[in-house]
Design a binder for this molecule. Structure first.
Ligand SMILES: [Zn+2]
Length: 166
């Protein structure tokens, strides 16, 4: 199975039309809540847990040991699983009270879709193009969108706006 990147982009854009932002950062927590998804930031999950987050019913569990910017990406990613209609058919899935399982509940191509969706939700092309008129280097751009520099780099590639950075 291959990831449906165009579909993920389209669904992120659809959600952004419902929650318009005239400037970054995207209030991803408000988007989640608007979609009637609750967010539980879990500080009691084991230290060193590899899992960033999970969806259980309409609750998004977020690994509270991770930095704020990473938590924002996790929320966007889990909203993606929800918005893209991903369902896990595994029995051994992480839960809010038992997050420590070996495998991701979703196959790799669905993880890629959720990551693409998260990237498109957190760094919309229109806002990125506008921000590039103001900021010419990575650190202030990433800060403006409250994402990591890695996420911003991927967004420049995703939107084909990389050439405008230099
Ligand atoms: Zn995932």
């Amino acid at each position: 199975m291959t990831a449906r990147y165009a579909y993920a982009e389209k669904m992120a854009e659809k959600l952004l039309r419902k929650y318009p932002h005239s400037k970054p950062p995207i209030d991803v927590h408000a988007v989640a809540k608007g979609e009637r998804l609750d967010i539980e930031v879990r500080h009691d999950w084991p230290q060193g847990l590899k899992l960033h987050g999970l969806v259980q019913g309409r609750v998004i569990g977020v690994n509270g040991h991770e930095p704020w910017v990473r938590q924002r990406f996790t929320v966007a990613h889990e909203v993606g699983h929800f918005a893209l209609g991903h369902r896990s058919d595994r029995r051994d899935v992480p839960t809010l009270d038992q997050p420590d399982v070996d495998d991701s509940p979703y196959p790799a191509h669905l993880e890629q879709e959720a990551n693409w969706f998260a990237n498109a939700l957190l760094v919309p092309k229109v806002l990125l193009a506008a921000s590039l008129l103001e900021h010419r280097t990575l650190p202030p751009l990433a800060a403006a969108f409250a994402v990591s520099q890695q996420v911003l780099t991927i967004a420049l590639d995703r939107t084909k706006l990389l050439a405008r950075l230099v």
